[in-house]
Design a protein. Sequence first.
Length: 134
Amino acid sequence: MADHDGSIDVQAPAQQLFDYLSDVRHLPDYFAAMVSADPADGEAVHVVAEVNGSREEGEAWFRVDQVAKRLQWGSEGTGGYRGLLDVTGDTHTSTVTVKLHTEHGAADQINEGISATLAEVKRLVETGPAPSAS
């Protein structure tokens, strides 16, 4: 059983940033392994991800707390995988904090994934989408 976390400061209003991050369809924009995320019934989300070179597909849950500016997610099954993302800040600067709990995986890889996700959030918000390959 392991818990991992990370945070980053982003030059964007907290509410605007949270509104973007809380749209489940944007998950593939900033989670490197995520190929697609489609809302299903209630809190259910159908996800497709590339994990260690393998395509994984399944159902997960995704909760949005607008007041606390908090996202929570997880998947059913034996891995105990769940996480949360908090956005704090004001009308100019935000801090994004990710906390992840999983019973599987190498700590270094998980921490690198959190760092990459946070860096991608910052890049997307502060500089815009990556240029497309030509």
